[in-house]
Design a protein. Structure first.
Length: 79
């Protein structure tokens, strides 16, 4: 039986940036990270492979929307 080397990792980060995102791997290679930064109030895509099909990018975005809450965390001034 062939092992599936495609996976999605949900990861939070609180060092240089503060938020949560998804890392998408194909054939055990990181190809895309989509990250919601709660401090900057942005959502960004970082691509690690030179050529990605539109279909794969759309699939990655849908995965992000499904797995990561859309709303930013508001830390306010009291925190």
């Amino acid at each position: 039986m062939k092992e599936n080397k495609d996976r999605i990792i949900i990861a939070s980060d609180v060092n240089e940036r503060d938020g949560i995102g998804v890392e998408i791997y194909r054939n055990d290679e990181l190809i895309v990270e989509i990250f919601r930064d709660d401090t900057e109030r942005t959502r960004k895509i970082q691509i690690f492979k030179e050529n990605i099909s539109l279909e794969l990018m759309e699939e990655c975005i849908q995965t992000f929307k499904k797995e990561i809450p859309w709303e930013f965390i508001d830390y306010g001034e009291d925190n």
